[in-house]
Design a binder for this molecule. Sequence first.
Ligand code: AMP
Length: 169
Amino acid sequence: MVELGLAHISTGDLLRGQVAARTPLGLEAKAVMEAGRLVSDEIVLGMLEQRVAQPDARKGFILDGYPRNVAQCVALEGVLERIGQPLDVAILLSVPEELLVARLAGRAEEEGRKDDNPETVRQRLHIYEQQTAPVAEHFRDIGALVEVDGVGPFDEVYARILGAIERVG
Ligand code: AMP
């Protein structure tokens, strides 16, 4: 979100960077990612802590793809406390499952992501239900959750997310 001066931190992008650079961490994460499972909490947390310490994250950041389970949620609360940044809002992008599958199939063609094949997508959706949905419930319980309709053209969904952030910021 360049408009708001917030750094965009995607744990998936950080992991793909490690895979591309063939670092030991990347080599460890590659097979797990291609199988559509979650990389270990420890690895992801280490990467996240380094990333939020970068200068561009000082004014705030948007986490994309983190936290993905309850343990990561607890870890995040610890990180935010240590760096003195409050959690302003958690955005839940709602998209019906059949549309998600269609979008990821399109992305598999455009971006060549191996983890966007139908079998891996099913596995990732299963993990979402089992491990990530409870995180959304936690944010709902503490009153931090804002649900945004993720159906529609890119610019419209982007504008909705921007609006949700501006309302709390
Ligand atoms: P994404 O780009 O967010 O869809 O992430 C792609 C893949 O990277 C996921 O399917 C996981 O294998 C891994 N990954 C990304 N973020 C996390 C996370 N917070 N915890 C564990 N694994 C992650």
